[in-house]
Design a protein. Structure first.
Length: 229
């Protein structure tokens, strides 16, 4: 008899819990559909949404990369020596205005109508040095033919002085524009944590792809345009 009473009690508790869950869900939908959210419910839904997004990102990261996540402090750049990691990124490119070593101002929004390749780099980064000849070659031979603008954004806030940048440019015979991110604000806005990192922005100012690691000549031809015959 006692066992029967316990079983009935457990079943009753389960039924009450199920009923409460269904009732809460219905009320929640009614409030949402009414267009009004009180503060408590808003915070609750925001927390649930955040947790779901974090879980989705974690699953996606495991499926796509299958490697341990590399954590770095904000603006503590590492340099990438392995194969570049290409990610499709959708979103409006953040506008910026930076100055070259020669004092010329370049504003990203002025380049609408052209495809823009932005390369974030530093003089002390070996993979950056490795990719420079490929970027320079594409700039000299193909960029104008394909309506492509090449911009090198130096993380100047992490450099010793501008003389080292000027020396690097001369030694590697770089002719495409080198912009100076002296405060580090632009690289922060674009979430640059690894050097080199490149962004490809389409003619409408939308980010197409992010490339983490050194680019190759083949990659530039594939992403920015093959030789016109």
């Amino acid at each position: 008899m006692a066992k029967k009473i316990i079983s009935i009690s457990i079943l009753l508790v389960i039924c009450i819990a199920l009923f409460y869950s269904i009732y809460s869900h219905i009320k929640e939908r009614e409030i949402i559909n009414s267009g009004y959210l009180n503060e408590d419910l808003f915070l609750q839904l925001a927390k649930q949404s955040s947790e779901q997004k974090q879980e989705a990102v974690a699953v996606e990261d495991v499926e796509l990369h299958g490697v341990e996540e590399k954590r770095v402090d904000e603006h503590n750049h590492t340099h990438e020596e392995n194969e570049p990691d290409v990610m499709v990124v959708a979103g409006q490119a953040i506008n910026f205005s930076l100055t070259t070593l020669d004092g010329e101002k370049v504003k990203l929004s002025d380049l609408l109508g052209k495809k823009v390749f932005i390369n974030f780099w530093a003089t002390w980064c070996p993979p950056c040095e490795e990719e420079m000849p490929h970027i320079e070659k594409y700039y000299e031979i193909y960029a104008e033919k394909h309506n492509v603008v090449i911009l090198g954004v130096n993380t100047t806030d992490l450099e010793g002085d501008k003389d080292s940048i000027r020396k690097f440019i001369q030694e590697h015979e770089i002719s495409f524009p080198i912009l100076l991110d002296e405060t580090g604000d632009v690289s922060k806005q674009y979430g640059i944590l690894t050097l080199p990192t490149s962004m490809i922005i389409d003619e409408n100012g939308m980010i197409e792809e992010q490339i983490i690691g050194p680019v190759t000549e083949e990659m530039l031809l594939e992403k920015l345009g093959q030789e016109i015959k």
